[in-house]
Design a protein around this ligand. Structure first.
Ligand code: ATP
Ligand code: MG
Length: 305
């Protein structure tokens, strides 16, 4: 659906035209029907990449293909829906008037518009708010009407720039559900974000971009891996003697009241500790394997040059 080959973008800034590389040699592929999360901190180059794909700015170097065609031709644009980062709407139009206008711009006839609007208000969860002016919409409702306008033309590819930003946890959950519905309808969704849990929950694959460079791309479990990081054991009622023995195998023990939190580096150490606890008639409260999180992975990538 999307292929980029060594995309680079250099902005010239200020009077002297200082060169600022916003995007550096980014090659990625987004397959048909998947939800792809484009992850990166502020200023990483996410919006720049999206603007290039939409033909709003030109790359300095490299090329890209959308739906198998090079560049951004008009025929390809027809198949793309887009929600910008900070959308502005016509405040005094109602939701219905706004979508009707969008439908007219797409060239839909009156019946098609009415049917489509009915379907979309349901899909994005704005039933009942159709006749409210957009200036009365909350931030979350604004994002939802933004999605509705993006898919008015039934696009194959939906590009969303930070659809979850500024939303509360409920709003984010609803946005995730909408994105999953788009996938169910067979659409490909490419969205940018810096909110890790949103990516973890719904994306088939992710790309991590930092300072204009693509640091990693792939399935989440492949990137993060399911290798064990450590095991956290909580125990209670341990004798001083048992504690001494455990201290010999784990160098990370935290005592809190009658309970102790012990960190074991691997499974072997962990089972040693468990048998020590059982032998001393202590109580095993919990045993939690710690896997590397996307957050740790992300921080690692963000810090490495
Ligand atoms: N027109 C421009 N002229 C000069 N520099 C620009 C221009 N547009 C973007 N930049 C710079 O390019 C870098 C990448 O910007 P971009 O908007 O792509 O980041 P982003 O990943 O979308 O960040 P955010 O999460 O804050 O939206 C930033 O450092 C930004 O200041
Ligand atoms: Mg951005």
């Amino acid at each position: 659906m999307i292929v980029t080959e060594s995309l680079s973008k250099v902005f010239k800034v200020g009077f002297w035209g200082r060169r600022f590389p916003a995007l550096n040699d980014v090659s990625l592929e987004v397959k048909e029907g998947e939800i792809f999360g484009f992850l990166g901190p502020n200023g990483a180059g996410k919006t720049t990449t999206i603007k290039i794909l939409l033909g709003l700015i030109y790359p300095t170097a490299g090329r890209f293909f959308l739906m198998g065609k090079e560049g951004n031709s008009n025929s390809v644009k027809k198949g793309i829906g887009f929600l910008p980062e900070n959308p502005f709407f016509y405040d005094y139009l109602t939701g219905r008037e706004f979508l009707n206008l969008v439908g007219q711009l797409y060239g839909l006839n009156s019946d098609e518009r009415i049917n489509k609007m009915d379907e979309l208000f349901g899909l994005v969860g704005l039933k009942g708010a159709e006749d409210l002016q957009l200036r009365r919409y909350s931030k979350g409702m604004g994002q939802r009407i933004g999605i509705a306008q993006a898919i008015m033309n039934n696009p194959r590819l939906v590009i969303l720039d930070e659809p979850m930003s500024g939303l509360d946890p409920i709003g984010r959950k609803e946005m995730r559900d909408i994105i999953l519905k788009l996938k169910d309808e067979g659409k490909t969704v490419f969205f940018s974000t810096h909110i890790l849990p949103d990516v973890e929950m719904i994306c088939d694959r992710v790309g991590i971009v930092v300072k204009g460079k693509l640091k990693a791309i792939g399935k989440l479990d492949e990137l993060v891996g399911d290798t064990l990081h450590s095991v956290e054991i909580t125990a209670g009622g341990l004798s001083a003697e048992a504690l001494k023995k455990i201290e010999k195998v784990s160098d990370n023990i935290i005592k809190r009241g009658k309970k102790v939190l012990i960190t074991a580096k691997d499974n072997e150490i962990s089972s040693n500790i468990v048998s020590l606890i059982q032998k001393s008639k202590g109580e095993l409260v919990s045993l939690v394997p710690q896997k590397r999180s996307l957050e740790e992975y992300f921080m690692e990538k963000a810090e490495s040059e």
